[in-house]
Write a protein that binds this ligand. Structure first.
Ligand code: ADP
Ligand code: MG
Length: 585
C-alpha cells in the first residue's frame, strides 16, 4: 500500500475535458443510452413522429429525427453545453418535474464522447441551424435547410474513450437493447409515430394513430398484443394506473417483459414489478411470470426521478400505496377475465370485450391520462372493462369416468376435459374457504377430542404470527406450553383434515416471499391447508363423487388452475380433436 501523502498528487480541480468525460460516463453507458436520451428529448419537444436510424450497432452512427417544436436558431449552440436546459429553472422545479429531461446533461455528455451533430428548426423559422461538435470541443454552427423539428446524429461513439468501447457487448446485444428500448417507448406512446431502422432494416414501426393495442404490437407482436387484457383506469390518492397485462395462458420464465412507465418514463423498479407478479399469485405456475405494460401517473411531488443521471430509477414517497394500486388493478383484471380455455382457435374478440370493429382510434383516454396529459375526458368512462365475459366459467360438464384413480374424464359442449382430481379439489376447497372467510366467520367444527401437536421451536416461531389467520379461517388452536399446540376445531369445510397435517401445512415449505401483503399471506396459508385436505391422486371416486367434484369446480371463479397455479384440467377442443384425427386441415 502506498500512503496518500507519498503517491498522490495535491488536490486540484479537474480540467473541464476530464470532468466532462467522467460525467458523460454516468449518462452514456452504451449506444442504447444515447438513443434513450435523444428519444426522450423528442418526446419532450412534443414530437408526433420520431425516426431512429442505427448503423454499426450504434457504435458507428445513431440518428434521431423528430417533428417537435425545434430549437430557436439563437439557442442551438447552447443546447450541448453542460447544464443547459429549457426544462428547469429553479430548485423548486425539481419537485414537480413534468418532462423526461431536466438535468441539461444529455446532449453535453453525448457530444463529449462522439462526433456530434445537432440540426434544428423551430416552428415558424425559415431555416434551421446545424451545429457540429467533435469530442466535446468547440462547435461549428451554420444555417441549413431542413424541415421543422430536430435531427441529432451521433457518430463514432466513444472514439475518444477506448476503455468504454471495450465494455460494450456484442453487436447483437447492443442492437437488442436499442430495439427493446424503442419498442417499449413506442408501446407507451401510441399517439406518436415511431420508426426504428437497424442496419437499414425497419424493426419497429407504429402508426401514431393512438390505438394502444396496435402500439403494443411493436413490443410483443400483433398476435400476443391482441390477447393482452386492458386494465380499467384505476385511481387512488391522486395516482392513476392504466396498461395491459397477459391472460393466464400467456407467461414467461422471467420478469423481463414486465415494463413500467412512471409519468411517461420507462423505469426499473423491483417493488412495482413484484406488485404485478403478486397479482397473479396462485394463478400462474411457480416460476412463470406475466407480460405487462403498466403506465402510472403519479403526482410529480410524490416521485423523485433525480436518483441517478440515467433517470431509470425512481423513489416513491409512498411505495406501499402505489404497490397496492398496481396489484389491485392487475388482480381485478386477471380475475375478471378468468383463465381462457386451452384452445387452438383464436377468438375474434378484442381483450376488452368489444369487437375488433369497435376498437377506438385516436388517443386512448386512459393511456393519455396515464402520461399526465390533461385531455378532456367524458365522465364515468372506464376503459377496458366494458363487457368482459367471465370466460373462466366452465360449461356444464358430463362426467364420463376416472382414469388411473387420478384424473376425471368429462365431456362438454366444446370437447373433452381431463381433470386432475387433486388439483381440482384443491381449487374447490380453496375458493369455498376464502369465500366463507370473507363472508364473516366461517363455520368451525369442534373435534371430539382436541389434538395436541408438537412442533419444533423453529416451526413454533413460524406458526405464532399465523395463528390469527388460522382462526379467521375457522381453526381453533391454542398454545399449550413450549412448542406444543392444541387444535380444538377445524373449518367445517375441511372437517376431513388431519389436525396435525393442518398445523404442519402452516409452517412447512414456508416460502420466503417477496412482499406478501396481509391478504396474500392468508391466501397462501389457505392454499397450503387446502392442499393437505384435498382428495389425493390414487383415490378411487364413485361416479356420484366425480359428478359432485365437477359440479363444485364449475362453480369456482377460477376453475382452471389450482391455488398454486398449476392447471386443474386439460381441454381438448372438438376442433383440435378433428385436426388431430385428420378430419380437418
Ligand atoms: P434536458 O433534456 O435535460 O433539458 P438535454 O441535454 O437532453 O437536457 O437537452 C438540452 C436542451 O436542448 C433541452 O432542454 C431542449 O431545450 C433542447 N433540445 C434537445 N433535444 C431537443 C429536441 N429533440 N427538440 C427540441 N429541443 C431539444
Ligand atoms: Mg434530455
Amino acid at each position: 500500500m502506498v500512503g496518500r501523502g507519498a503517491a498522490l498528487m495535491p488536490i486540484a480541480l479537474l480540467p473541464d475535458e476530464v470532468s466532462s468525460l467522467i460525467a458523460a460516463g454516468e449518462v452514456v453507458e452504451r449506444p442504447a443510452s444515447v438513443v434513450k436520451e435523444l428519444l426522450e428529448n423528442s418526446l419532450d419537444a412534443g414530437a408526433r413522429r420520431i425516426e431512429i436510424r442505427i448503423e454499426g450497432a450504434g457504435r458507428k452512427r445513431i440518428e434521431v429525427a423528430d417533428d417537435g417544436v425545434g430549437i430557436p436558431s439563437g439557442e442551438v449552440a447552447l443546447a450541448p453545453a453542460r447544464h443547459a436546459t429549457s426544462k428547469l429553472r429553479t430548485a423548486d422545479d425539481l419537485l414537480a418535474i413534468r418532462t423526461l429531461g431536466f438535468r441539461g446533461e444529455a446532449l453535453a455528455s453525448i457530444a463529449a464522447v462522439s462526433r456530434f451533430e445537432l440540426g434544428s428548426r423551430a416552428a415558424g423559422q425559415e431555416a434551421g441551424s446545424r451545429l457540429t461538435v467533435q469530442g466535446g470541443g468547440a462547435g461549428a454552427l451554420r444555417s441549413a435547410g431542413m424541415p421543422p423539428g430536430t435531427q441529432v446524429v451521433v457518430q463514432d461513439l466513444f472514439f475518444n474513450i477506448p476503455a468504454r468501447l471495450k465494455f460494450l457487448r456484442s453487436d447483437e446485444t447492443e442492437r437488442r437493447r436499442i430495439h427493446s428500448l424503442v419498442a417499449r417507448y413506442a408501446a407507451a406512446y401510441p399517439a406518436v409515430r415511431f420508426r426504428l431502422s437497424l442496419e437499414g432494416r425497419t424493426v419497429v414501426e407504429t402508426t401514431g394513430r393512438g390505438d394502444p393495442q396496435e402500439a403494443l404490437g411493436a413490443v410483443f407482436g400483433a398476435e400476443i398484443a391482441s390477447r393482452l387484457l386492458a386494465l380499467p383506469e384505476v385511481e387512488a390518492a391522486g395516482s392513476r394506473v392504466a396498461g395491459f397485462v397477459s391472460p393466464l395462458d400467456l407467461h414467461r420464465s422471467n420478469r423481463k417483459e414486465i415494463t413500467l412507465f412512471v409519468n411517461g418514463r420507462w423505469v426499473q423498479d423491483a417493488g412495482l414489478t413484484a406488485a404485478v407478479v403478486q397479482a397473479y399469485h396462485t394463478l400462474l405456475m411457480v416460476g412463470r411470470f406475466p407480460l405487462a405494460v403498466i403506465l402510472l401517473a403519479i403526482p410529480p411531488d410524490q416521485v423523485d426521478v433525480n436518483v441517478h443521471p440515467a433517470k431509470t430509477e425512481i423513489r416513491l414517497r409512498d411505495p406501499e400505496a402505489v404497490f397496492g394500486l398496481v396489484q389491485r388493478a392487475v388482480r381485478a383484471t386477471v380475475l375478471r377475465q378468468g383463465p381462457p380455455a386451452v384452445d387452438w382457435r383464436r377468438t375474434e374478440t378484442a381483450p376488452w370485450g368489444g369487437s375488433a370493429a369497435g376498437r377506438r382510434h385516436g388517443p386512448d383516454p386512459a393511456w393519455e391520462l396515464a402520461h399526465g396529459l390533461e385531455l378532456p375526458r367524458p365522465t364515468g368512462t372506464i376503459v377496458g372493462q366494458s363487457s368482459l365475459l367471465p370466460s373462466g366459467d366452465l360449461p356444464l360438464l358430463r362426467p364420463v369416468g376416472q382414469v388411473g384413480a387420478a384424473y376425471l374424464v368429462a365431456e362438454g359442449p366444446d370437447g373433452l376435459y381431463l381433470i386432475d382430481q387433486h388439483a381440482a379439489h384443491e381449487r374447490v376447497l380453496f375458493e369455498n374457504l376464502m369465500e366463507a372467510r370473507q363472508a364473516g366467520s366461517p363455520a368451525s367444527q369442534a373435534l371430539l377430542e382436541p389434538a395436541s401437536v408438537e412442533l419444533s421451536p423453529e416451526h413454533a416461531q413460524l406458526l405464532e404470527p399465523q395463528l390469527p389467520i388460522l382462526e379467521s379461517l375457522g381453526f381453533e388452536v391454542e398454545a399449550f406450553g413450549g412448542a406444543t399446540y392444541r387444535v380444538r376445531a377445524l373449518p367445517a369445510l375441511l372437517a376431513r383434515l388431519n389436525p396435525t397435517a393442518a398445523l404442519r401445512a402452516a409452517v412447512e415449505d414456508f416460502e420466503e416471499d417477496e412482499r406478501p401483503l396481509g391478504a396474500e399471506l392468508e391466501a397462501r396459508l389457505a392454499a397450503r391447508v387446502c392442499k393437505r385436505a384435498a382428495i389425493k391422486s390414487g383415490q378411487v371416486l364413485s361416479l356420484a363423487e366425480q359428478a359432485e367434484l365437477i359440479r363444485t369446480l364449475e362453480a369456482c371463479a377460477s376453475p382452471r388452475t389450482c391455488p398454486h397455479g398449476r392447471p386443474t384440467m386439460i381441454h381438448l377442443s372438438v376442433d383440435s380433436l378433428e385436426r388431430q384425427f385428420g378430419r380437418r386441415g
